[in-house]
Write a protein that binds this ligand. Structure first.
Ligand SMILES: *Cc1c(COP(=O)(O)O)cnc(C)c1O
Length: 393
């Protein structure tokens, strides 16, 4: 028995993206691969060993739950950084396994110290300072107490990082806000240094900041969307190519999502197709039903607007996306038969459906659609080499 669709990860594409990142960020700068959201839908279990086989050993996640998955998937020793949620009873696990985590309030700092003391193992912390995003971050008012706690508990804390996160570096509309954040971060850095607290690394940059604002790269960049072959926004790509001779896109999509035709049917002119009246056949039509719907992560927003590839041709989605199925207009590709491969994301011959082309409305769609791909769709690396084989445990 198998899932109705599958996801393939292209090793060559990832290799190209990583060498692009190496070139852009400099040989010596640490690149942390952000693999939250199940590696942006690519699947932590398959993706982490693949990235490791290409020389990457630092991974960032949102939660302890994801950190645990990375640990399960990894074949080699790696550094794991939790940027968000840990339940209080998960700190113990993190400290024990030398997983580092963001500290953005005094309660977590005190708990980290207490946990470290109990275990006799120092906690590895990144102080996240508030610079203007106003999500998480230590505010100016508690820096003094933070310094006091750092000083008193030196043997129980490894000061791995001082960091912050920008509130929308992918859009020039946020320029002034980002610059203010950068300045605030500089002040935090000076404050902690003047109190004798220097971390192993300073880090601020996500993909967009790392491309647009080279000064934010510092000791480490936290790269999410770029590694998978997508730009954080169209604007970021335009800015990147602006001053370059070659205007081609250096990034290659790693993901390919494919299924197959379940059945085909003829529909008479004047009939509605699917639920309700959202699509009327204005000519005699031929449709193909694909066993992938919104429960599999194919957004309902793509009803009557998405595209897929079949026999090397780009065909439109017609009607509403159902829970488990969608319909394609194959009137102009009459040779289609059940069992034919359907590409929902990726290449087929010289055609491509990228996530963004589903809709040009917002690049946020890249992030959202990818991360909504369900965990249970199988992920497979190609071409296969022995080192990608997921750990059997
Ligand atoms: C998600 C995230 C990133 C990576 O963002 P991209 O835009 O995908 O590069 C970096 N830092 C933090 C704190 C994040 O939450």
């Amino acid at each position: 028995m198998r899932n109705t669709s599958r996801i393939l990860l292209n090793r060559e594409s990832l290799k190209a993206n990583l060498s692009f990142l190496r070139r852009m960020m400099g040989q010596d700068r640490l690149i942390s691969l952000v693999v939250k959201g199940n590696a942006y839908g690519h699947g932590i279990h398959a993706y982490v060993p693949l990235a490791e086989s290409l020389g990457m050993h630092h991974f960032s996640v949102f939660s302890a739950w994801e950190a645990w998955q990375v640990k399960e998937a990894a074949n080699q020793p790696c550094e794991i950084m939790i940027m968000g949620m840990l339940f209080p009873d998960e700190l113990d696990w993190a400290v024990r396994h030398k997983v580092s985590f963001f500290v953005f309030d005094l309660d977590r700092l005190r708990l980290a110290i207490e946990t470290a003391k109990n275990l006799g193992i120092p906690a590895r912390i990144h102080l996240e300072v508030e610079t203007g995003m106003n999500r998480t971050g230590l505010e100016r008012g508690c820096w003094e107490e933070t310094c006091r706690l750092l000083h008193q508990n030196k043997q129980w804390l490894v000061f791995e990082g001082l960091c912050t996160h920008f509130a929308g570096a992918e859009s020039i509309a946020n320029y002034a806000r980002i610059m203010r954040q950068k300045k605030q971060f500089g002040m935090a850095r000076a404050y902690f240094a003047s109190h004798g607290h220097r971390p192993k690394r300073y880090h601020c940059a996500c993909s967009a900041a790392a491309i647009r604002y080279p000064a934010t790269r510092m000791d480490m960049v936290r790269i999410g969307i770029l590694q998978y072959g997508f730009w954080p926004s169209r604007e970021t790509f335009i800015e990147y190519v602006k001053n370059r001779k070659r205007k081609n896109d250096p990034l290659k999509r790693v993901i390919r999502w494919e299924s197959e035709v379940m059945s085909t049917k003829r529909v008479a002119e004047g009939d509605f197709i699917g639920y309700g009246t959202s699509f009327l056949a204005s000519r005699p039509m031929h449709i193909a039903v694909v066993p992938v719907g919104y429960s599999h992560g194919f957004s309902r927003a793509l009803s009557n607007s998405g595209h897929a590839l079949i026999r090397g041709r780009r065909v439109p989605v017609i009607g509403t996306i159902n829970m488990n199925a969608l319909s394609l207009d194959i009137t102009d590709v009459p040779e289609v038969v059940p069992g034919d491969e359907v590409v929902l994301i990726g290449h087929q011959d010289d055609q491509e459906v990228s996530v963004a082309s589903f809709s040009e409305m917002s690049s946020q769609l890249n992030y959202e659609l990818l991360t909504r791909l369900p965990m249970d769709i199988p992920r497979q690396v190609y071409p296969i080499t022995p080192s990608d084989a997921p750990k059997s445990s």
